[in-house]
Design a protein around this ligand. Structure first.
Ligand code: SAM
Length: 267
């Protein structure tokens, strides 16, 4: 039987981005589990740096009347989408516990929180060591005395080859392209494209000019910024050797072609 023809929804790049790369429920579970393991208690307050649409912050605030979140992003466009889609879906009580700030993460004093995080490698925009250190100091300052800072990171030899990965979804394909990698300074450009069934490819919907940082460079910088301890996580394998979504602290792993994982920094 052929693929069933379905009417396509109105195109919005944030809708396709979130469907392709985000899992807000999974991230909230990750924070609850890992903060509990590190601190032996529950986290309630959260700050999402580089929040984009703030989907994770909205999920966080919805957990209970004691949960509170702040989402910070420079760009009003993803914030507007997030307000229309994620914030609008919260009940009135939860709405009072979620705040978007259109601001710079380097200069956004928020009340001190239990967890600050920066996901989808957003901190890779800082290409100079001193600039990344400066950001990690701002993240340190955003936390209360029992705070934990979480970031994600990706790497592996395949991830720095100039090529394009295509992942098929039910009515569209998600393309992740490494457009450039400069081995002299690790500066690189990545882009996201979408191709809906029956339509032309929509190129460069999101383009990132980054520096690829390594796990140990990051851990050293976090400690220099003041964090007492850092924890590098690694993902468990399923029976086919793919990641199964569970992460555990580790210091020694076998090399693999490409990986995505997390680092926790403990104040
Ligand atoms: C890679 S996107 C990540 C969005 C979201 N965190 C996610 O996980 O999908 C990076 C976001 O960082 C924002 N951004 C870049 N520099 C920033 C800064 N200095 N302060 C606040 N937001 C910034 C951009 O506007 C963009 O929305």
């Amino acid at each position: 039987m052929g693929k069933k023809k379905q009417k396509l929804r109105e195109y919005n790049k944030y809708w396709y981005y979130e469907k392709s790369v985000q899992n807000p429920e999974g991230e909230v579970d990750f924070f609850n589990e890992k903060y509990g393991e590190i601190r032996g208690k529950q986290a309630f307050t959260l700050r999402e740096d580089f929040c984009g649409t703030g989907a994770i912050s909205c999920k966080w605030a919805a957990q209970s009347e004691n949960h509170k979140s702040y989402g910070i992003d420079l760009d009003p466009e993803p914030i507007a989408y997030g307000k229309e889609v994620h914030y609008a879906a919260l009940d009135d009580e939860a709405k009072t516990r979620m705040e978007y700030l259109e601001a710079n993460v380097l200069d956004s004093p928020t009340p001190k929180v239990d967890i600050t995080f920066a996901f989808n490698f957003s901190y890779f925009i800082f290409k100079k060591r001193v600039d990344l250190l400066n950001y990690f100091k701002a993240a340190y300052e955003s936390l209360n005395d029992t705070g934990v800072f979480f970031i994600d990171i990706f790497g592996g030899p395949d991830s720095i080859q100039e090529n394009e990965d295509i992942i098929e979804h039910s009515h569209y394909d998600y393309h992740w392209e490494c457009q450039k990698f400069n081995p002299m300074n690790n500066e690189c450009r990545f882009a996201i494209h979408f191709k809906r069934d029956g339509e032309k490819r929509r190129a460069n919907q999101f383009v990132y000019e980054w520096r690829m940082w390594g796990i140990m460079e990051i851990r050293d910088l976090l400690e220099e910024a003041g964090f007492k301890k850092t924890i590098a996580y690694w993902e468990e394998d399923d029976e086919d050797g793919d990641g199964n979504g569970n992460f555990y602290p580790s210091e020694d792993e076998e090399q693999c072609e490409s990986w995505v994982t997390y680092i926790g920094a403990v104040k």
